[in-house]
Design a protein around this ligand. Sequence first.
Ligand code: FAD
Length: 458
Amino acid sequence: APIILWMRRDFRLSDNPALAWAAEQGRPVIPVFIRDEVVEGWGAAPTWRLGLGLEALAERLEGIGSRLILRQGRALEVLRALVQETGAETVTWNRLYVPDERARDTEVKEALREDGLEARSHHGHVLFEPWTVETGSGGFYKVYTPFWKNVRGREVGDTLSAPSALATPSSWPESDVLADWELGRAMRRGAEIVAKHVVVGETSARSRLSAFVADRIDAYDSARDKLAVNGTSGLSENLTWGEISARSCWHAGQRALQDGSKGAETFLSELVWRDFAHHLAYHTPRLTTENWREEWDGFPWRDDNPDAEAWRRGQTGIDVVDAAMRELYVTGRMHNRARMLVASLLTKHLMTHWRVGCDWFADTLVDWDPASNAMGWQWSAGSGPDATPFFRVFNPETQGEKFDPRHEYRDRWLQSDDFYAAIPESWGLSPDDPRPAPIVGLKEGRERALDAYRDFKD
Ligand code: FAD
């Protein structure tokens, strides 16, 4: 009987544990992607980027004589229908750890087992699964450094090679046509503008990793904070879609370290931040939607408001912030240092709830990762575990001078024609507009935030 391989965020053939296991069984394998209840909730940019990822994955599967079946509907119902149609007795997949994906997967696993089927999940999305990293007293970690120390010396196992062929079923089940899904519908700027900046698929992801290790990992330590420099790996986009495994990146980092690369240790520890986000999302599911520290529910953050709208549109009048917000809109990415700066401005100077910013990122990032995004926002806002203290308010001007001393980053994005080509007409912006005056005085904004914090603490 065939095996249904349910693919979700693991768009690769290499080092894909569920795929490798299915291939080893010597039975026909039916790879399927389901546009289900979780996928329907994703923002515009991730949904558009999903379409590109699926196209590349289908091509890879075709390269080994297989196919990717596309279906829509509630995951459990679709899987049951496929079982009926194909006579499959096994469904297999790689595990995920954020609350909505986990809830779906638990339901599916239990129901399929009640149906008498084999439901088998694998470890393939992170380096260290959340329940395998425990503090001395058997709890989970809330602080990064001890988490890092715990996992730093662990073995992650060898990577699995891509199967050279997958046995096919005697007849393929029906599949939707990807184009009919119109995954780019909410993303008019996708095909023309953002597309210039994405690196899609397993083959490109591997080249990206090799190029990073060959050219940039040595200087990573010092270059990673410079806004105008391409000093980082860019791999978040591929990691979030599983176009490369975290384990492949880990091994590449380890090899560079053995070759004496100075930046390699920092790169490894950044990879572990991604694991830490999934660790937290697993052990404290409220991370993705609620203040991680419940006492922050009493903080007088504003809900969405006109200042937040100016922030989204790159119209705060604060150069480095507007540059970063435009980078995001045009490329679907933002430099990590800039993410911290814009998050600080929104949650502190503009006294707006981190959720407002988190939602905008979820709608615009092609590397959107529900755990890393929420952790990043709560870290910046002060409501998260191991967060930067609220009273540490970044001054965007000083930060701009420090991390973009020659104004290259600011000039690049404030003068970007692509930004004006990308934005909806309804924003009413033109390149001839003068720069807006700052919507908040940096000093007043800072004092207002600190006053609110003092009242809240008392
Ligand atoms: P590199 O510097 O090359 O790092 C290598 C890999 O390590 C990254 O690809 C990523 O997978 C991981 N990593 C690095 N830094 C972090 C971090 N702080 N947290 C978690 N993982 C990290 N990252 C996402 O992948 N998706 C998000 O939705 C996301 N939202 C964020 C929101 C905010 C407010 C902040 C402050 C950070 C966010 N990050 C997010 C983390 C970080 O900014 C990006 O991972 C990084 O910019 C990606 O660039 P890179 O691949 O070149 O990273």
